[in-house]
Design a protein around this ligand. Sequence first.
Ligand SMILES: [Zn+2]
Length: 286
Amino acid sequence: MQIEKTILAKGFSEIIKGKKYTQNYANGRSQSVKFLAIHYTGTTGSALNNLKYFASRYVGASAHLFIDPDGLIYQSVPFGDTAYGVGTTGTYRHATCRNSNSISIELVSDGKGPFTSAQIATLKSVIAELRATYNIPATNVLRHHDVTGKTCPAYYVNASRWDALSSQILGTASAPKPVTSTPAVPAKVAPVPAPKPAAKYNLTRTLKRTSKTVNGKKQWTTTGADVKELQKAIGMTGKDVDGIFGNKTHDAVKAYQKKVGFTGKDVDGAVGPMTAKKLGWLYKGK
Ligand SMILES: [Zn+2]
């Protein structure tokens, strides 16, 4: 990712400490990153000025990234730290998105019109990069509005505008939206939506053990995030969920295949289209 200008945590917290302001963000995270939250700054002040502002006084708020109208990105908080972007003392609209598991992205905008095309292009590439890095499904790319009901980003609280922006920045049809209204006092009157069903795991390749011969011995392995998801999905637990498709996982897949009614050569211990379908996974592999 091209983060054009970066002010890292060091400078950020040093300035705040020097002025005896409480930090505007927390070191580290208590959960892994699962969501991206999109905001607008509500002013036309530049991204850099936003960074300076947040670094110079106690605000009790922060975001990881700021994107200028010309598309340049500025980083204010490292991704591994917790920015205070989507917290509320009121009622959460979203069941699980919190500061601890989200990355907040602010776009410099007064909210009266759309983001610039340069901002949208940058946002699109940042989102693609972050989604790939943290394995974030499209349904977890949210507006601040979706999390707490706040009118943020103001222009895109409107459902059809957000739908259009979503398709641009996700490169797909937009995610389902929990609420489409634009309440006047959102945090107080917004109904709490039912939690969204977990996104189906998007399988992109056939999962099976692969072998190679090392020093005359056959070693069986397939590794990766897919494997862990698979292990959990077929009921493996504890330290068996190790992300390694070895003999144990192969046998567990076979047992699963028998359990769901496969017979004969379909009980092969590999996860291709048929098994993926039984698991409720999307299969896009070859
Ligand atoms: Zn916001």
